[in-house]
Design a binder for this molecule. Structure first.
Ligand SMILES: C[S@@+](CC[C@H](N)C(=O)[O-])C[C@H]1O[C@@H](n2cnc3c(N)ncnc32)[C@H](O)[C@@H]1O
Length: 284
């Protein structure tokens, strides 16, 4: 159950867009060595400030929020959060095997995986979809909490990482619950719709090509039932969405997607600053 939290030291806040990771980096964390400032402030901009440079909170300057203090996660605080995650042993093994693989920064963090599993349990979900499996960390976290009658459609285009995921589904004894779909996720989602499976899913998690989010979301909205939940990952995109100086295509697309979903009457939403930010959408 114990997490080697030092492996997860990360830079959570950066001081300027010039310190951000390269455009196209899809990582969940920045290495600790790239930490620029963990004080929650973006110099010269914004409505937030921090009372002390190393304080783990920011104070909203906008008086209409009543000087509200909100938490800003420092590396020390994030270590503490990780030390409080109950990570199943099989997930720990998968995480450690993935750590040496190309793209390992893509996998969701243990605290994120725990939240996904919690949402699935709160929903009493039986039928789930994941778009973007990689080596299977988030999908295994979901599959582990599904009932025996449950199923997870796991969409991934990369055969090599899918082999690792399948190995761990077997080791964890959940392979009967996981329907692995190798190929483009949009093709799989279209085929589920053509197969008459609209409104039959309880939960979906989207964590693949960010510029395809709009399409995945529209297809998944057809596939989940009323009251079902779609979770989108990386909606804060290393903070770049909030920085008007950053205008690469991926950032713009995530920013526009977030704005559109805020105005979408078909869902209720909650943006949660966990990992790289998730958007929880409940179908009305
Ligand atoms: C961020 S990773 C997923 C991480 C995973 N959720 C986890 O926690 O380990 C994104 C994955 O989406 C896959 N992907 C990207 N575009 C895709 C597409 N069009 N169809 C299927 N999979 C895709 C990539 O191959 C990659 O493995």
């Amino acid at each position: 159950m114990k997490i080697a939290s030092s492996m997860f030291r990360c830079a959570y806040v950066v001081a300027s867009h010039s310190a951000l990771p390269p455009v196209g980096a899809v990582g969940k964390f920045l290495p600790f060595s790239k930490l620029i400032a963990a004080n929650g402030s973006v110099p010269g901009r914004g409505r937030c400030c921090c009372s002390r440079s190393s304080s783990p909170y920011v104070v909203l300057e906008d008086r209409s929020y009543g000087n509200k203090q909100v938490i800003s996660i420092t590396p020390q605080l994030y270590d503490y959060i990780l030390s409080n995650v109950r990570e199943p042993e099989i997930l720990r093994q998968l995480r450690e095997e993935t750590a040496s693989m190309h793209g390992s920064q893509m996998q969701v963090s243990p605290d994120q995986a725990q939240l996904l599993a919690m949402l699935v349990q709160i929903l009493g979900a039986e039928r789930c979809i994941e778009v973007g499996v990689y080596t299977g960390y988030s999908s295994l976290a979901v599959a582990l909490v599904l009932p025996d009658s449950g199923c997870l459609v796991a969409c991934e285009r990369d055969a090599k990482s899918l082999e690792v995921a399948k190995k761990y589904y077997e080791l964890a004894g959940v392979s009967d619950k996981v329907s692995v779909r190798h190929g483009l996720a949009s093709d799989t989602l279209h085929s589920l719709i053509l197969n008459g499976e609209t409104c039959s899913y309880d939960f979906a998690f989207v964590d693949a090509e960010k510029r395809m989010n709009e399409e995945y979301f529209e297809l998944l909205l057809q596939l989940v039932r009323v009251g079902g939940v779609i979770v989108i990952d990386n909606v804060l995109w290393h903070g770049k969405v909030a920085d008007p100086m950053v205008n690469d295509l991926k950032t713009i697309s995530i920013r526009n997607f977030n704005r559109r979903l805020k105005e979408d009457d078909r869902i209720s939403t909650s943006m949660v600053p966990i990992g790289d930010g998730i958007l929880i959408c409940r179908k009305r």
